[in-house]
Design a binder for this molecule. Structure first.
Ligand SMILES: [Zn+2]
Length: 470
């Protein structure tokens, strides 16, 4: 393809994406109506239904030689959730692109916190509200919308879609991608690609696109803290026998310093440049009461490049059932973020060593359900990075920023490990107003359209490229 035809294909793609938006939004709404929560405690049937629905959408594009819904057990024998895999081989000597998104969602939380029902998609102004409306059912529609636009524009020009395309829509990203490695083992051939686009991240704002170049990893586990063989009356032994809550509170308190920054030896930070950020704005976005942020160092580095530790759950009697007893046992869920540059395993070792060294009053610790996801850092000079940055700039009319995000996408590290030569490009449909994982999650529909156009332009640019990217 010549330079000038690449330019007007951009205009054609823009127009086709614009025309396709009502249909894209209607299909997104259909997916949001399926409560595909992948957590163990939730019904698996909707996740299966969601996978089938995604397979149907891929089928309808008419672009794929094979489309399968597949499910594997994880290494511990726990059943995984169904993923959808579609594949179309490249023409001789052309590159292949793997497009990733996930169709499962986080639990909705308390319905009282939602202004509109979590699984009843509702458009208000520029935004579509609902659990998964953004994370990551919009990611699914980005791939489908981009492929449809490219298919139609090429067809109108009588040109072939020569690049190989695989689409992988996972069903348990929100549950730690536990069976993903097994999935990779079985489908290595269809997943092998020159470029991997992971549409599951964030943009700086609804007006400015971003390419995510660093992701923190995560380490999460349950910690059982036991101090007594059995419960006993707090009026008798209180003040003498150590209860588990006392031990838990004192132990957990050793994890942070007075600024709220982690205080665990051996947890490392990554030394990278970050753009300036406004403390007041961030505090407002995060809903911080009183506006006081925690941690030390540049604000974005605290979120992208420094480790963090959060206690996300606690099992103890609830207040309504509290009796006057000393608790023998407390269980907490600890969720840590790993800075790029440190392995999840070395983070976990350092954290567990710290907990054991600081367990007070002879408390016994037991660790359960350890999940580890590795951090990710891209090569900023990779050709695909420049190519995607350009496509985003054209689609959004604004230069794309390079950012990190504080969250983790565990399957990325598996992909990087399995396909070291592939260029991984982490794009996104979210913006600061999205509130992914929170009540009132929403997708900005202008961002969705620009994300579809960016990906369509990126793919169109590859039509002129060989398997080595040029
Ligand atoms: Zn996601």
């Amino acid at each position: 393809m010549t330079e000038s035809s690449a330019e007007d294909i951009g205009a054609d793609l823009r127009e086709r994406v614009r025309l396709g938006m009502p249909d894209v939004i209607a299909r997104l709404c259909d997916l949001v109506r399926i409560p595909s929560v992948s957590w163990d405690e939730f019904d698996r049937e909707p996740v299966r239904r969601s996978a089938e629905a995604v397979a149907g959408l891929l089928e309808a594009t008419g672009l794929f030689d094979s489309i399968e819904v597949r499910q594997y057990d994880d290494v511990e024998g726990r059943p995984g959730q169904p993923a959808v895999l579609a594949h179309r081989p490249p023409l001789e000597g052309r590159p292949t692109v793997l497009l990733y998104a996930h169709h499962d969602v986080q639990p909705p939380g308390d319905p009282a916190d939602w202004r509109t029902p979590a699984f009843e998609p509702t458009v208000i102004g520029d935004r579509l509200y609902g659990r998964g409306a953004s994370d990551d059912k919009s990611g699914v529609l980005v791939h489908i919308g981009a492929l449809e636009a490219l298919r139609d524009v090429l067809e109108s020009r009588g040109e072939p879609l020569g690049v190989g395309i695989s689409v992988l829509v996972e069903g348990e990203e929100e549950n730690g991608s536990r069976s993903f490695d097994r999935f990779l083992e079985h489908h290595r051939r269809e997943l092998e690609a020159d470029y991997i686009i992971v549409a599951d991240s964030d943009n700086v704002s609804a007006e400015t696109p971003s390419l995510t170049v660093a992701l923190r990893g995560n380490v999460a586990f349950n910690l059982r803290i036991r101090t007594l063989e059995h419960a006993s009356h707090s009026g008798m032994y209180g003040g003498l026998a150590p209860d588990a809550m006392l031990a838990a509170v004192r132990l957990l308190n050793t994890l942070w310093d007075e600024h709220g920054a982690v205080a665990v030896p051996g947890l490392r930070s990554y030394d990278g440049e970050v753009p300036e950020a406004d403390a007041e704005e961030l505090a407002a976005e995060a809903g911080v009461l009183g506006g006081r942020l925690i941690g030390t160092g540049p604000l974005n580095s605290r979120m992208w490049f420094q480790p963090s530790i959060t206690v996300t759950g606690i099992d103890a009697p609830d207040v309504a059932n509290a009796s006057n007893t000393l608790l023998p046992e407390v269980r907490v869920r600890i969720s840590g973020r790993v800075a790029p540059g440190q392995t999840g395993e070395s983070y976990a070792e350092a954290l567990l060593a710290h907990l054991r060294a600081n367990a007070p009053f002879g408390a016994r610790l037991e660790v359960e359900s350890m999940d580890i996801g590795e951090p990710f850092l891209v090569d900023p000079d990779a050709e695909g990075v420049a190519r995607m940055t350009r496509a985003m700039g054209e689609a959004w009319g604004r230069p794309a920023g390079r950012t990190g995000i504080g969250g983790s996408i565990p399957m990325i590290s598996s992909l990087v490990e399995t396909f070291p030569a592939a260029q991984v490009l982490v794009t996104g449909v979210e913006d600061p107003g999205t509130l992914a994982h929170s009540p009132n999650e929403s997708q900005h529909l202008g961002v969705l359209r620009r994300a579809i156009e960016s990906e369509a332009r990126f793919l169109a640019g590859l039509l002129a490229a060989g398997a080595d990217g040029e």
